[in-house]
Design a protein. Structure first.
Length: 588
């Protein structure tokens, strides 16, 4: 780890047999996947735990050999691939069958793959050294090389797939269906993908100059983007004191992912500028200072993400997704501290301090990723215990509790908790727990999807009721709670025409018709004349929509809508008027 400027050891000559070996390895992997899976499919969630473990182990075993094998010490790559395959298979088996995963457990697989992706260049660097030493230049070079190879190989697979379908379609023109029928078979598709990927990997690894050219092109493009992103992020942070943070906190659901994505983008672009070693640093002042600015903004972005995540946890408690967000925020904070510290201590020579920090953090991430890939730390259990504590303490009422998440997002701990709550003494808890435990799909509990205010309350909170003082029938509220018109984030107007009739208008339909001064915009076509709801046979139902008003009437509608100028005028039939203009088709 101390020799940060040593580069990777290149092979003195090519290995002509490697493309053939990797092509055969890819084909064998595809065949093995078919033997393991048969008619099962990961995306359908019908794999058994043994199938999932074997597939993960075999795939990563082959991938690690393909990406790391060299003529010298070829056996070390096989041993490394075997160790990775066994470990990945065991971790997957430990996690259980994919069909039983909760909504967030896919992150465990991502965490495992991240750990493997980091371990590969560390192994390659240590192998070249012939000792447990990992020079930064070698690790960084191998990491970029593996990323470029990965995407280039999948691009080749896509081209092969497109070509195969074109040929199949061509032969179909002359009534030869063989290739088309083969492409519909799982065994052929899996073998073809494995063969194509292995062949591409072998060919590219044998033409090292091509890969290094691709690396330089990618690094150059990313380096050029560094000052652009730096300026944008810098302006964003400078604008916050003037715009305030309220808008940022009001969008807490989107704030953390956006801020973390910007931090990751800054990290990648900054490293594209600083390169593997001092000699490879970009000397252009714009690029150098752009990279320094990116290094400086990572920590503020991470802090904002931490505050946003903390606010959301404080309001709504832990969920597996929020716990993963905390992990990612923690990693971003570590990188932000490391990069800002390097800038403060090293100033213009900050890269000398950043490179060893990158290497240390890589080891940390590799270990953390492996641990989080296992069930040793159960985010489902932590989330379930926290949500139950909030419910039992009265911090959140049973009517506002997210029963859907407990049933379908928290895995086995959540379902076990539902079984316990079904026996609760409080009927307000026992009844919804019973309903949630019997639901076979999350959509059966859709009316309870909004844990912040509940579906019924959210409808009235998001609605303007006309005429003023009118009462919205409970049945209509229940129906609107399952629809989009007045749900969370959607404002609407409910025009009550009587105890058995109402029309609902979405503000998104009319708000855009106003200019900045609140006046109607000429020529803007309005939305349809509201959604018509009627009470039939004791239940509320929605009737078909009315036609769109003409362009000439849109200006008057736009001016009348925000002023509340919505009324029903007695004519031969009933009709909605907005701003004195009849809207939609007449109705009885």
């Amino acid at each position: 780890m101390d020799d940060v400027e040593a580069g990777p050891a290149a092979e003195p000559e090519g290995w002509a047999v490697r493309p053939w070996l990797l092509a055969v390895l890819g084909l064998a992997t595809g065949v093995a996947a078919q033997l393991i899976l048969g008619d099962s499919n990961f995306f359908r969630g019908d794999m058994t735990v043994l199938q999932a473990a074997m597939l993960m182990g075999v795939t990563l075993f082959a991938a690690m050999i393909g990406f790391t094998i060299e003529r010298r010490l070829w056996w070390a790559s096989i041993a490394f691939g075997a160790a990775i395959g066994v470990a990945a298979g065991f971790v997957t088996w430990w996690n259980g069958a994919p069909g039983g995963w909760s909504a967030s457990e896919g992150w465990r697989t991502i965490s495992l793959l991240l750990a493997v992706a980091i371990a590969a260049p560390l192994f390659q660097a240590a192998r070249d050294q012939g000792a447990p030493r990992t020079p930064y230049a070698a690790v960084h070079d191998y990491a970029w090389q593996n990323v470029v190879l990965w995407f280039a190989c999948w691009l080749f697979v896509a081209i092969v797939w497109i070509m195969a379908w074109l040929l199949a379609s061509l032969f179909q023109l002359i009534k030869i269906e063989l290739l088309h029928e083969l492409l519909m078979k799982n065994w052929f598709v899996r073998a073809l993908i494995g063969l194509a990927f292995g062949s591409a990997l072998g060919l590219l690894r044998e033409h090292d100059a091509v890969v290094r050219l691709l690396q330089r092109v990618v690094a150059t493009v990313l380096a050029v983007l560094a000052p652009v992103l730096a300026i944008g992020l810098g302006l964003f942070l400078l604008a916050l004191p003037f715009t305030g943070l309220r808008a940022l906190w009001d969008a807490t659901q989107a704030t953390t992912p956006l801020l973390l994505s910007c931090a990751v983008g800054g990290l990648i672009l900054a490293n594209a500028v600083i390169g593997n070693r001092v000699e490879e640093e970009r000397r252009n002042p714009l690029l150098r200072f752009g990279a320094m600015a990116l290094g400086a903004v990572i920590l503020p972005l991470a802090v904002l993400a931490a505050v946003a995540t903390g606010l959301r946890v404080g309001q709504y408690g832990y969920t597996p997704e929020r716990l993963w967000a905390i992990v990612f925020v923690g990693i971003a904070l570590l990188y932000g501290l490391a990069y800002l510290g390097a800038l403060i201590l090293g100033r213009l020579q900050w890269t000398v301090r950043v490179r060893p920090a990158n290497l240390t953090l890589a080891f940390l991430l590799c270990g953390l990723g492996l641990v989080l890939a296992t069930p040793l730390i159960s985010f489902n259990r932590i989330s379930t215990d926290d949500q139950l504590a909030r419910l039992e303490s009265g911090k959140i009422g049973a009517d506002k509790f997210d029963w859907k998440a407990l049933a379908f997002d928290f895995g086995k701990p959540g379902r076990d908790a539902l079984d316990r709550l079904r026996k609760a003494k409080d009927p307000a808890i026992r009844a919804p727990a019973e309903k949630a435990s019997k639901a076979e799909t999350r959509w059966e509990l859709e009316t309870q999807a909004d844990p912040r205010s509940g579906p019924h309350a959210s409808v009235l909170e998001n609605a303007r009721v006309l005429p003023a003082g009118a009462s919205v029938p409970q049945g209509l509220i229940d129906l609107l709670g399952t629809k989009y018109q007045c749900r969370q984030g959607n404002l609407c107007t409910i025009l009550v025409a009587g105890p058995s009739e109402a029309l609902v208008f979405g503000d998104s339909c009319y708000a855009h018709m106003l200019d900045k001064q609140g006046k109607g915009v000429p020529g803007v076509i309005g939305c349809e004349g509201g959604d018509h709801f009627v009470l039939l046979d004791g239940g509320w139902t929605e009737r078909s929509r009315a036609p769109v008003p003409s362009a000439a009437e849109s200006e008057r509608i736009a001016a009348g809508y925000p002023a509340g100028g919505i009324e029903i005028r007695p004519v031969a039939r009933k009709q909605v008027f907005i701003g004195g203009v009849p809207v939609g088709a007449p109705f009885e």
